[in-house]
Design a protein around this ligand. Structure first.
Ligand code: MN
Length: 710
């Protein structure tokens, strides 16, 4: 029933005498074995399907790798054959092609796009078919599945497959110029989608040309002899148009079938281009022409590469007919499109060059602007090569530029979703927000109501939309911080000079700085782009001096901060404890204005402070005060003896003294000792001193001290 690879090899030899029959045979045997025992819905052995697909591709004169791919295209998904096995036995190229076809099939199965989404879906399939041969195998696969669709029992499934064929695969076939598959895909889908309409057209056709069985050969012969008169050798092929093409023409021209009239089409093949025009002249000389039907696709090919002369004449016996005149080469391209460009007999060109050529050809065909031809009604394809297409959880397709990340996707769905996104699941798995998206990914963005964009996103997002939204947010955030710092700095210098700080008088001076808003002035000062001294001097010219020593003053305290008070009216200022010295309540401390951060508090003895000796305006008097029950973090640098129970003993001591260990960091370990950084929550510096003192009496403790400049 299945037989051998020989018929395939024989058919390939016709156009490729050097075909590697042994390879094809091995592929045939592998496919046959892999699918052994499996049946099609028709009851036939499953392997008849890959063989039929291979035959369709041989009709298009494709190379042996494509034919092998056809034979094996379902083995990975349905039989668990490993891609590595295919690579090993048939080379990377075949493995990649099979992988491509498998991926296309998975996409097609997991989503059933609505007609509105069809265009994006076609682009997705194109983008995923990095090698055109992948698409050709998929189209041949679909063509054979449509031929056997009637064996599928469920009406609903037949409808879905037919709809998908009509919306997605037939237009794809058209787009790459494979008319031979396109018209079959359309007509088989039409049969399922609108069986009644199709049957009606067929009945009408039968009635209109009941004598078509003799009519078509008769007209063919007459056309041929007219051309022979002027010495052109031609082959003429007549056919009835397909019900689907008649139906679309009826719809497009809004006419009935009787008005349509030219339901017979004749294809005239002549040796060369000049014969095409001579043949056209001869036909126009002998038969009345139908107005508006002449088209010269030779001088202006369609964008999928199609060339021919079209005309309509009132032909033999007053039958209105359509005539297409072309050379055999043009015919090959008309039938097989991109597939016709394959070159077989050039052993010098490596496979990779050929592959690249294929891609380039496809790109050039798809990128060209749509011509003014009536057959090409589908919307123009974008530069799909630079795009990836991803699904929302609802199955909508979203096109993104290649390299886009989950965050880009979130912003593409909605700005709000981008701003509040906190995580992402890709194909059901939790991933980093920076993950680059791939074609066909299903993306679920996780959001939290109060989440905010993160500055680091800017380093990996790709789309302008995400970038500008993140920047806008960060700018607003920074402006807010800088404005607070700027205001504090201005207030401080005013205080130091015993000038009262009044927003209104400050506002009057805005013009002098070329500003209109007080906020802008604060931001400039906060960003360190304008010194607060300049502001002071502008309002109080009497204060112009040459000072180098910071003036410290104690102004009224306020109790807004529970454990720390910054002297002066700085209640809004953000306060951070310096990580170098971990100040504790009770210790002498000083605040340093840090741009973008607010005030950082250091112990008065901290070595870091020397960095700020030259910038007295950044110093700020701060003091501990208020709620002393709040615990604060301190850090101890300890060396313990390396023996069992030492750490437990230390932890016990600390907790007995009312301290909490919040973090333990082992920094170094040798046979005798280990160095440990202990982060403790304590009440104040006295509390810490007590803990240190007790620890020093512990037998396991070699040394203990406050960590500084860690
Ligand atoms: Mn298949």
């Amino acid at each position: 029933m299945i037989g051998t690879a020989n018929p395939l090899i024989d058919r390939m030899r016709v156009y490729d005498p050097h075909v590697d029959g042994e390879r094809l045979e091995r592929a045939f045997e592998l496919g046959k074995t892999a699918h052994a025992g499996q049946l099609r819905a028709s009851g036939e052995p499953y392997f008849t399907h890959p063989v039929a697909v291979a035959n369709l591709l041989i009709d298009m004169r494709l190379d042996v790798d494509t034919v092998i791919t056809a034979l094996l295209h379902d083995t990975v998904e349905d039989c668990g054959v490993k891609l590595a096995t295919l690579a090993e036995q048939f080379g990377d190229d075949v493995a990649q092609l099979v992988d491509g076809v498998t991926k296309l099939s998975r996409i097609a199965i997991q989503s059933s796009p609505s007609s509105a989404q069809a265009e994006n879906f076609r682009k997705l399939l194109l983008a995923m078919s990095e090698d055109v041969r992948v698409l050709l195998v998929k189209l041949a696969d679909r063509t054979h599945n449509m031929r056997t669709l009637s064996f599928i029992r469920k009406e609903e499934k037949r409808q879905r497959i037919a709809r998908e064929t009509m919306d997605i695969f037939a237009p794809l076939a058209e787009r790459i110029g494979v008319t031979s598959l396109q018209s079959e895909l359309e007509d088989t889908a039409f049969e399922v989608l609108d069986a009644e309409m199709r049957q009606g057209i067929i009945n009408r056709l039968d009635f209109m040309v009941s004598e078509s069985e003799i009519l078509i050969p008769m007209i063919s012969v007459e056309l041929q002899s007219k051309l022979e008169h002027i010495g052109i050798e031609s082959s003429v092929n007549g056919r009835m148009k397909t019900p689907y093409s008649i139906w679309t023409k009826m719809q497009r021209k809004k006419v009935s079938m009787d008005q349509l009239a030219d339901i017979m089409a004749f294809r005239v093949l002549v040796p060369d281009v000049s014969d095409c025009y001579r043949a056209l002249g001869q036909l126009h000389l002998n038969y009345p022409t139908v107005m508006g039907r002449f088209k010269d696709y030779i001088s202006t090919p369609k964008r999928n590469g199609y060339q021919s002369l079209h005309t309509g004449v009132i032909g033999p016996e007053n039958h209105k007919i359509e005539v297409q005149i072309r050379t055999p080469e043009m015919h090959n391209i008309a039938e097989h499109g991109v597939a016709a460009h394959w070159k077989y007999k050039d052993p010098i060109q490596g496979i990779n060059t050929l592959k690249i050529k294929w891609i380039q050809e496809l790109v050039s065909i798809l990128d060209e602007e749509a011509g003014a031809d009536e057959f090409f009604e589908h919307t123009k394809l974008d530069l799909y090569k630079d795009q990836v297409f991803c699904f929302t959880p609802r199955g909508d397709l979203i096109a993104m530029p290649k390299g886009a990340t989950a965050v880009d996707f979130a912003f593409a769905v909605h700005t709000k979703i981008g701003e509040t996104c906190v995580g992402v699941r890709i194909n059901g798995k939790t991933r980093q927000l920076a993950t680059e998206l791939e074609n066909g990914d299903q993306i679920e963005i996780l959001t939290e109501t109060n989440a905010k964009p993160k500055a680091e996103w800017e380093s990996f997002v790709l789309t302008g939309r995400a970038k500008s939204a993140i920047r806008r947010f960060i700018r607003a955030q920074r402006a807010f911080e800088f404005s607070r710092i700027g205001k504090a700095l201005i207030q401080k210098i005013f205080r130091e000079h015993n000038k009262s700080f009044r927003s209104r008088s400050l506002e009057r001076a805005l013009g002098a700085f070329g500003l209109t808003k007080l906020e802008e002035l604060f931001v400039l000062v906060g960003e360190d782009r304008l010194s607060p001294r300049k502001v002071l001097e502008k309002l109080h010219p009497d204060t112009v001096t040459d000072e180098s020593v910071p003036v410290r003053s104690n102004a009224t305290r306020n109790n807004n901060k529970p454990s720390l008070t910054i002297r002066g009216d700085n209640s809004g200022t953000a306060v951070t404890m310096a990580r170098c010295c971990h100040p504790l309540p009770g210790e002498s401390i000083v605040g340093i204005f840090t741009t973008g951060k607010g005030v950082t508090v250091h112990t008065i003895g901290c070595a870091t402070l020397s960095k700020f000796n030259d910038t007295p305006e950044l110093w700020l008097d701060v003091d501990w005060e208020g709620d002393t029950t709040r615990m604060v973090n301190g850090r101890l640098n300890t060396v313990l003896s390396n023996e069992p129970g030492s750490l437990a003993s230390v932890a016990t001591v600390i907790s007995q003294q009312g301290g909490n260990i919040s973090n333990i960091q082992l920094s170094d370990r040798n046979p005798d000792f280990f160095h440990i950084l202990l982060d403790l929550e304590v009440k104040d510096v006295e509390h810490m001193r007590t803990i240190i003192a007790v620890l020093q009496t512990n037998k396991y403790v070699e040394s203990v001290e406050r960590a500084a400049n860690a």
